[in-house]
Design a protein around this ligand. Structure first.
Ligand SMILES: C[S@@+](CC[C@H](N)C(=O)[O-])C[C@H]1O[C@@H](n2cnc3c(N)ncnc32)[C@H](O)[C@@H]1O
Length: 251
């Protein structure tokens, strides 16, 4: 599948879920709150120009607006429907752009802060995407992001391995594997969060309801029989690990 086709599928899945997203996105809400706290902990001056990548319905955007009421906010997402929800939440003050955050060259640079919560894991090439975004930073600007790490959904992967099935969960980097742009200082912290679900089927339903069901590139869907066996092996309460990476790049 081409990069463009994959992006269309990702945008389509999030657009289809835009109306239901807030009701099912409790992990995403918590992560955006933690990221906002990290952003707020930086010493002054407050950023004057802020870009957000993959703003979704605006969890982090609302926090950025509260933290920096004087800043000019540019809020972007690859899904027009998610961006429209964000506009409903924040109103007409910010600039809104439908944008593939991995290809941000059409934007004028000079941002004091670029922020992104749980969106860059959808990039086809994270290293290239972070490097392109870094080029939009003003001197002393910061790119601060939350993304998923290698241990994410390890229980789900293990359940596949136990039945010798191919797992469609994308591969995520360990903290030390994050592809940093050369020549810029960076830092990363990580956290493991265990989220309970009623059972394996509830886990799958939740990801789909979020719009996050698109599998890794090249993954062949399981046959209905294999999928039934997998869910039967996860029929009791099922907890899934979210391995959260909080990264920062300084210009
Ligand atoms: C899990 S949601 C997170 C949304 C929001 N940041 C939050 O914390 O609730 C992922 C978002 O990233 C967007 N997204 C996915 N790939 C993207 C890309 N290449 N560029 C920009 N946004 C992207 C999706 O449309 C979706 O709104």
């Amino acid at each position: 599948m081409s990069e463009q086709r994959r992006k269309e599928r990702i945008a389509g899945a999030f657009s289809a879920s835009a109306g239901a997203y807030d009701a099912v996105a409790d992990v995403q809400w918590m992560v955006s709150d933690r990221l906002a706290q990290r952003i707020a902990a930086a010493p002054p001056p407050a950023p004057a120009r802020i870009l957000e990548i993959g703003c979704g319905t605006g969890f982090l955007s609302a926090r950025l607006k509260e933290l920096y009421p004087e800043a000019q906010l540019t809020l972007t997402d690859i899904s027009a429907s998610m961006l429209e929800r964000c506009r409903t939440r924040l109103g007409d003050g910010p600039l809104y752009r439908v944008l593939d955050g991995e290809r941000p060259e059409e934007l004028e640079g000079g941002f004091d802060l670029i922020a992104s919560s749980l969106a860059v894991q959808w990039f086809v090439d994270l290293g290239d995407g972070l490097a392109r975004l870094s080029r939009l930073l003003a001197p002393n600007g910061r790119l601060v992001f939350a993304t998923l790490g290698a241990k994410t959904f390890r229980e789900w992967r293990q359940a596949h391995a136990a039945l010798k099935l191919d797992c469609g969960t994308p591969t995520y980097p360990a903290p030390e594997e994050l592809p940093w742009p050369p020549g810029l200082s960076h830092a990363v912290a990580d956290e493991l969060l265990l989220h309970p679900y009623a059972d394996g089927a509830d886990f799958v339903r939740s990801l789909k309801a979020l719009g996050a069901g698109e599998p890794a590139p090249g993954h062949q869907p399981l046959s209905p029989g294999a999928f039934r066996r997998l869910l039967a092996s996860l029929s009791g309460e099922f907890s899934a690990t979210y391995h959260l990476l909080y990264g920062e790049i300084r210009a």
